[in-house]
Design a binder for this molecule. Structure first.
Ligand SMILES: Cc1cc2nc3c(=O)[nH]c(=O)nc-3n(C[C@H](O)[C@H](O)[C@H](O)COP(=O)(O)O)c2cc1C
Length: 193
């Protein structure tokens, strides 16, 4: 093994460790990524696998000072039972930065919508990991506010766009809890013979 491949296998070890230890953190506070870091986070997702390079995603960043405005928009436009502006304000205040991750579907004869939503999803995951790489913590949420067409219009989404997730980002203690016992490698992997 030459020194270049030793370096690259060390990097691979880092990446595998990073992937296997990744955890979400719902308890998030300031500081949030600043504007330069937000750009780094979004740029990291420009390299995700993307059939025909349609780049079918975009992001709206909601910084700390705009969270009440987002809550107000949810309150004004969302269709939901027992709507309560204070509760919505608390939701928006879960983190000092929210990246609204959007799938922007392009009409293409060879790339179905499902593939484009996958690309938007892996862009969101990549941004979550990029934030982790910069030392921040995050939590991906959806729920009714991610599926409401009235909210989409109020946010300026087009008819061919939808929200794949609200990425809540900020600072916090790295979450080291392990996932509950669940599916194992044996459940997930088989070989074609
Ligand atoms: C598309 C998508 C939507 C999600 N929506 C929610 C949500 O609305 N609320 C929630 O608590 N967790 C949601 N999660 C799961 C959390 O982000 C997180 O992955 C989960 O709590 C497991 O924690 P871990 O990532 O640390 O293993 C969602 C995950 C994905 C991929």
């Amino acid at each position: 093994m030459n020194s270049d491949s030793r370096e690259s296998s060390a990097a691979v070890g880092d990446i595998l460790g990073f992937l296997s230890q990744r955890r979400s953190q719902p308890l998030l506070s300031s500081p949030a990524p600043d504007k330069a870091e937000i750009e780094t986070i979004v740029e990291s997702a420009l390299h995700v696998p993307d059939h025909k390079r349609l780049s079918p995603w975009r992001v709206i960043a909601v910084e700390e000072g705009q969270r009440d405005k987002l809550a107000g928009l949810w309150n004004q436009f969302a269709v939901m039972e027992n709507k309560d502006e204070n509760k919505l304000k608390k939701k928006a205040a879960r983190a000092p930065l929210i990246l609204i991750c959007i799938a922007s579907i392009v009409d293409h004869p060879k790339v179905p919508e499902s593939e484009q939503v996958i690309t938007a999803g892996i862009a969101a995951y990549t941004m979550l990991m990029a934030a982790n790489g910069l030392g921040y913590q995050g939590y991906w949420r959806t729920g009714t506010l991610a599926y409401d067409r009235n909210v989409y219009s109020a946010l300026g989404l087009t008819e061919s766009e939808s929200i794949v997730g609200y990425l809540y980002l900020g600072s916090g203690v790295a979450n080291t809890r392990s996932r509950p016992e669940g599916k194992t490698l044996q459940d997930k992997l088989s070989y074609f013979v």
